[in-house]
Structures are given as C-alpha cells and as structure tokens.
Design a protein around this ligand. Sequence first.
Ligand code: GLA
Length: 368
Amino acid sequence: MQSITVKAPGRINLIGEHTDYNNGFVLPAAIQKAATVTIEKRADTLVELKALDLNESISTLLEEIKPSEIHWANYIIGVIAQFQKKYNFPTGFSITLKSDIPIGAGLSSSAAIECAVAYALNELFAFGIDKMELALMAQKAEHEYAGVQCGIMDQFASLYGKKDHVVLLDCKTMEYQYFPLLLKDFTIVLFDTQIKHALASSEYNTRRLECEAGVAMIQFKFPQVNSLRDANLYMLNECVNSIAFPIVYNRCKYVIEEMERTLAATENLVANELAAFGKKMFATHKGLSTLYEVSCTELDALVDMVKNKEGVIGARMMGGGFGGCTINIVKKAELNTVIVNTIDAYKQQTGKDLVHYIVSIEDGLVVV
Ligand code: GLA
C-alpha cells in the first residue's frame, strides 16, 4: 500500500460531561462533520504536512519530529511522536488534511485529526496496533502536544461511533455498549456560540486537578477510592468540608451526580422516555454552570432561551465548555420556529450571530 485516505468524524455527547477523566460514563455519538486525511509514503525521510483549508504546509524530517510553532501541525506531529516511541517508520510520508468540523465548537475537531492520522499511519505501515490503543495514542498526543489533559471520550467516539447509535462508554473499564438513538419525532440541533474561550484548556486542566484534590481528601477515610467513580455523596460529605473547600466540594458533587445521571438517562433512552432524558440534560447544564463552572454567559443564555419553548425537551452546553455549542433535542414540527426564535433572541441579547447545525449520527472512522 502506497497511500490511504480516511475520514474521522467529530462527535456530540448526549450526557456525561467531564466524567471521562474521572473514570465515569459518557454517551457520545459520531456526527456527519469529519476530518479527511490522506497519507502517502515517500522515498525519502521527509514528513510533509498540508492543511488544505488553511492553504498552509510545513515539513520536517522523521528524525527531527518535535513540537511545532504551528498550532494545527501539533495534532499531527503529536501522533507521529507517539508511534515513534515504539515503532520505526521505514520511510517518510506526506499528509494532507481537510476538515469541515468547526474549530473550537466543542465538536472534537482536534480528536478527529489525531484519530485519522493514527489510524491511517497504522494501516499504511502495517504496525498492527488495535483500535483502542490508537484511541489512547491519539489522547496522549493531545496531552503532550496540545497541553490539554483530556479524557478518552472524543478519540473513542471518533473511532467507535456507529450510525444512528449512541455509545455508552465506561471510562474505568473501557467497556462499551451501543444503543439505537430512536428520536422519532425529535431531532438534535446544536447552537454554536462561536466563542472560543482563551482559558478553556488551562481551566480544563484545573478542573481535573480539583477533582484529584477531592479524591485525595476522600482517600483519607476511604482508601479504596481511586477516582470519583468510586466515590458517592456520602463519602464526599464525610471528607470534604463544603465551607472550607467549596470549590473542590462543588466540582466533586457535580461529577458524582453526573455519573449517576448518565446511567439513569441511558435507561430513559432505552425505555423511550425522551422527556425524562431531556430533563436530565437541563440538570446537567445547571451542574456544569453552577457547580463545575465551565459554562459562560452565552451558553447559559442559549439554554435559558429554549428552556420553556414548545417542542424543546432538553438542552445543555456540550463538551469542555467556556464556549462552543449547546446540544438541544427538539420536536421536528417545531424545529424551524425554535431555530428562528433562538437566532433572533441571541442576536438581541448578545449582539452576535448564532450558527446552528442539525446533527445526523454517522459511523466512526472509515477508510475512503
Ligand atoms: C473535552 C475533552 C473530553 C471530555 C469533555 C468534557 O471534549 O476532550 O475528554 O472531558 O471535554 O466532557
């Protein structure tokens, strides 16, 4: 094989936010927007990277792979570096990238690139690495080359998504189960604030540390607790004083509640209780906004605007936060009205134009 082209999708997450790095549950799905990567073997040891959408390219030598000053290139170089920890590339290669996943919208545009590159390199050079390992390598690239201590959800969803299904992933055991998403008269629409908060990655890493601080406090009395997944509200109340440590307390409370909520919501989905599912999405938003504090004025405004609207059964901010999209479950018959009214209200309240995407749920990475 001399070349390969793969398409790796972005993702939505129905519920289970900021739970993955706490060993909890998430319920994502892959979507129609994707990154497409072509990799061609070369006769020399050059590594050439081209971003078609930006009309930019850089090149380096296989022997000189290191973090780049070019932001987008790091997602690719970060993955190449993971391979180089264990494997040798016999030749260099040229990578061409294009993507229609909006950047910074919380739809995992970076995970899609990482997964596409990881999968394509593995196939092209026949390293024989399994898909879960590739997801972990892509996650590592994000940790080491983008500086975000992310969980595994985004990379997992991009590789393992299944058309018209959501997937419940247990981030402690990495066991997963697909559920058909039977929305019937309803559909999913995302409202994109187009806000890319500059603090997003540093605050993300801080949240992770705050959760770890909570675990360390709980461990004094309950040494069997290795992550918030093993904890419950009783343990939290016993070990973390909410007056002395309000931030740690609130972060842990949100995560513990969100893990329970995600499992209960999945049961709602299976039982076709969409209204109950939607209520849990609103509860998640409240937790993310008031306890976990990863929302922003615009995301809160968008959720408030649709809250009591005819046909809207659930809405919340989605992904890491501080900007990006809200995810909304809306009755098809009311969809146009809801979209038009929300665009108007958002413009009035914030002076900004609101972008929306109607989601279709697709397969994870495919070779094209
Ligand atoms: C980002 C991270 C994920 C996850 C979400 C929040 O998308 O990459 O691992 O933590 O935020 O749920």
